[in-house]
Design a protein around this ligand. Structure first.
Ligand SMILES: Cc1ncc(COP(=O)(O)O)c(C=O)c1O
Length: 387
C-alpha cells in the first residue's frame, strides 16, 4: 500500500503516518490459498472468522460482513427499528451509526459524553430516553470500554436494545467484561486503520435471533448461504423470504482477517507499550492532557488521544500543523461531532462536553508498525513544540 505523503516538510526524515496497517507474509499466503481454492465469496474462511469472534466474545452468534457500517445497518433492520423510532447515540463518534439509523427511517438522538473517558455518559443517555426510544448505541472511544454494566441496566429497565459500536475495541475489557460481549448486538470494523484489518470488513455479533435475522437480510433475504447450497450441489435452489441487501464478507477478505485475528494480542501489547511510553515521556507538558484509564479497564489503545488546552498558548490545529510541516508526523482528529456535520445540523443539537473535547482532541500515531525510534520522534517533536 502506498501512503500519500503530504507536501513539503521541514524535516529530511521520512513521513510518519498517523496509521499504517501491519500485513505480513501470513496474510499474503492465506489470500493466495483462497484465490487458488476455487471459493472466493463468503464461505469456509468467513465462517471460521465468525466462529473465532463468537467464541472469543462468548456470544451466541456472529456474522462477517463487508463493513462495520453494514453490521450496524443489518443489526438495526434485524431488530425492526424503523420510522417513528429513536436511537440514542454519542455524537463524538464516526457517522456510521447515525447514518445507518437514518437509513432505517429512524431518528438519531445525540447525547453528551463523559469528560474523562469521552464515552457516552449513562446519565445523559437516560435523560434522552422518550417513549419513542428503541435502542441505545454506545461507542468504546479509543479502545476504553464505556460503563457497560450501567448501560445494560439502563437498557433493561426501559426495554431497549443495547448496541455496542466496538470498532475501536476488539480487544478491551472493563470490570472483566469484554467489549462487545454485553450488548444485545455489537459491531466491529476491520477497515484499513482499525485494530486488525482486512482492508474493508466488519462483524455483527450478539443475540442468536438477531444475528440470524441479520444474516438472512445480509444475503439478499435468501434462505440458505451459497456455500451451503454449493455443498448440497443445489446452487440454483433457493427462496427469497424477505427483501434483503448484500453485505456478506468474501473469503478473500476473511483470509486476511483470520491471520490478523491471530495477531490481535501482540498488536494490542504493542499499542499498549507505545501508550505507556507516551504517558511517561509527555507527562508534565503544560496544557497537554493525556488519556485517563479508569480502574478495571484493559484498554485496547486503538487511539492515543490527547487534548491541547488553548490556555497553553497552542491549539490542537497549530500543534497538528507543526507536527506535520516541521516534523513530518501525521496525526488525526476523533472526531468532528456528528451533530456538527452538514447532514445533521438541522437537528440544532448542543452538547457542551462533546464540543469542548472535539475542539481540543488530537490522536497521536499509535500502531504496531511503529518502531521505538518512531515513538521517540513523536515525543521529541512534542517537547520541541513545547519549548
Ligand atoms: C467508531 C466507528 N464506528 C464505525 C466505523 C465504521 O467502520 P467501517 O468503515 O468498517 O464501516 C468507524 C470507522 O472509522 C468508527 O470509527
Amino acid at each position: 500500500m502506498t501512503i500519500a505523503v503530504p507536501g513539503r516538510t521541514a524535516t529530511a526524515a521520512p513521513y510518519l503516518p498517523w496509521n499504517r496497517p501491519s500485513i505480513g507474509p501470513e496474510e499474503e499466503e492465506e489470500v493466495l490459498d483462497t484465490l487458488r481454492s476455487g471459493w472466493l465469496t463468503h464461505g469456509p474462511k468467513a465462517t471460521r472468522f465468525e466462529e473465532a469472534v463468537r467464541d472469543a466474545l462468548g456470544v451466541q452468534d456472529a456474522f462477517a460482513v463487508s463493513s462495520c457500517t453494514a453490521a450496524v445497518h443489518l443489526g438495526l433492520l434485524a431488530a425492526g427499528i424503523g420510522p417513528g423510532d429513536e436511537v440514542i447515540t454519542p455524537s463524538l463518534t464516526f457517522c456510521a451509526v447515525p447514518n445507518a439509523v437514518v437509513q432505517c427511517g429512524a431518528a438519531p438522538v445525540f447525547a453528551d459524553v463523559d469528560p474523562v473517558t469521552f464515552n457516552l455518559d449513562p446519565a445523559t443517555a437516560r435523560a434522552a430516553i422518550t417513549s419513542r426510544t428503541k435502542a441505545i448505541t454506545v461507542m468504546h472511544y479509543a479502545g476504553q470500554p464505556c460503563d457497560l454494566a450501567a448501560f445494560r441496566t439502563l437498557a433493561d429497565e426501559h426495554g431497549l436494545l443495547l448496541i455496542e459500536d466496538a470498532a475501536h475495541a476488539l480487544h478491551a475489557w472493563r470490570d472483566g467484561a469484554r467489549a462487545g460481549s454485553v450488548g444485545d448486538l455489537s459491531v466491529f470494523s476491520f477497515y484499513a486503520n482499525k485494530v486488525i484489518t482486512c482492508g474493508e470488513g466488519g462483524m455483527l455479533a450478539g443475540r442468536g435471533d438477531l444475528v440470524e435475522q441479520a444474516r438472512l437480510l445480509g444475503r439478499h433475504g435468501i434462505d440458505s448461504s451459497a456455500w451451503r447450497r454449493h455443498g448440497q450441489r443445489r446452487t440454483a435452489d433457493y427462496e427469497v423470504t424477505v427483501p434483503g441487501l448484500k453485505y456478506t464478507m468474501p473469503d478473500i477478505t476473511a483470509a486476511v482477517g483470520l491471520r490478523q485475528w491471530q495477531k490481535l494480542g501482540a498488536f494490542t501489547a504493542a499499542r499498549a507499550e507505545i501508550a505507556a511510553t507516551y504517558d511517561q515521556a509527555l507527562a508534565g507538558l503544560p496544557g497537554l492532557h493525556l488519556p485517563t484509564v479508569l480502574d478495571g479497564v484493559r484498554h485496547g489503545w486503538f487511539l492515543y488521544p490527547v487534548l491541547v488546552d488553548p490556555a497553553s498558548g497552542r491549539t490542537r490545529d497549530t500543534v497538528a500543523q507543526a507536527l506535520l510541516e516541521v516534523h513530518g508526523i501525521g496525526t488525526s482528529v476523533h472526531f468532528t461531532p456528528v451533530h456538527r456535520l452538514a447532514a445533521y445540523r438541522y437537528l440544532d443539537t448542543h452538547l457542551p462536553v462533546t464540543e469542548q473535547i472535539a475542539a481540543q482532541q488530537l490522536s497521536l500515531p499509535c500502531y504496531p508498525a511503529m518502531t521505538a525510534a518512531d515513538v521517540q520522534r513523536v515525543t521529541d517533536a512534542l517537547h520541541a513544540l513545547w519549548r
